[in-house]
Design a protein around this ligand. Structure first.
Ligand code: NAD
Length: 264
């Protein structure tokens, strides 16, 4: 029904078993897709431990989206080992901002750190698609992960809010640019989930508590919630959907005044 049997999925963003990308890999594998992972060298030992847990992983190559050369290398390696193989699904689950982006008041964050956060967390979607393009199958689906601080203030998310706003804008731009060639590009706006990337955000546990108490579903989402929607976006079931930002957040983003103010 999902139509992913034998399809080729490239997944960027596995750093640990807690990574949202790891849950995505598991669900894509269950749906029958072959997986190719791009991993950051600093997480190599963890990724090596994980690769044996999914026989659907057919290849994994280093990836650093900070530069053209290190991004191109991934696709060169992929093409060299699997000549002619086309990519049906590309998952971009990458985010990073230097520590100082969170430690300093936003007014005093340095240009170089802002640029790093924007390059890796937002502009890298364009870079990945630029090098993926010759390898994409007709009707391919690209999915990236964003957060609702792109459009509304979240304390301590700082520069990452700008990066996520830009990432969502890239999603629309790239969807329009690639749509005439049959390729789709969408983003999923995930609620907060405890992962390595999230652990760098000051006050993250308090955000989790707040969302659990106030989201319409009265819970936080987890990696599998996001993976399920990724599967749908990867599949032909969503063939008419592109350029969209789909919220997987237990409904939190539709609220403004929390119901809990009535409880006092
Ligand atoms: P994670 O730490 O498991 O994953 C982040 C990934 O980004 C890691 O695999 C890391 O290797 C990769 N990465 C960072 N810099 C890179 C670079 N230069 N080149 C290649 N890869 C690089 O955390 P996660 O929470 O699973 O994050 C995945 C995505 O989900 C991120 O875009 C994040 O912003 C987004 N997201 C997370 C949450 C959350 O609460 N966890 C909420 C909304 C959106």
């Amino acid at each position: 029904m999902l139509g992913l049997q034998g399809k080729t999925a490239v997944v960027f963003g596995v750093a640990s078993e807690d990574s949202i990308a790891w849950a995505i890999c598991q669900q894509l594998a269950e749906a029958g897709a072959d997986l190719f992972l791009g991993y950051q060298k600093r997480f190599m030992s963890r990724v090596f431990q994980l690769k044996d847990k999914l026989s659907a992983i057919k290849g994994f190559y280093p990836l650093d989206v900070a530069q053209d050369d290190t991004t191109r290398e991934f696709f060169d390696e992929f093409a060299k080992e699997h000549p002619g193989r086309k990519i049906d699904v590309l998952v971009h689950a990458i985010g990073f901002a230097p520590r100082s982006c969170f430690d300093r008041p936003i007014l005093f964050v340095e240009d170089a750190d802002i640029n790093t956060a924007m390059t890796i967390s937002a502009n890298s979607l364009q870079r990945c698609l630029k090098f993926a393009m010759p390898h994409l199958s007709e009707g391919s689906s690209t999915i990236t992960l964003t957060y609702a601080a792109s459009t509304r203030f979240v304390p301590s998310y700082g520069i990452m809010s700008m990066a996520k706003a830009a990432l969502e804008c890239w999603t629309r731009e790239l969807a329009c640019h690639l749509g005439p060639h049959g390729h789709r590009v969408n983003s999923i706006s995930s609620g907060p989930i405890r992962t390595i990337a999230a652990s760098g955000i000051p006050g993250f546990d308090r955000i989790l508590d707040h969302v659990e108490a106030n989201a319409p579903l009265r819970r936080n989402v987890n990696q599998n919630d996001v993976a399920g929607t990724t599967l749908w976006l990867a599949s032909p079931l969503s063939a008419g959907v592109t350029g969209q930002c789909i919220h997987v957040d237990a409904g939190y983003s539709i609220t403004m005044v929390p119901q809990s103010i009535m409880d006092v």
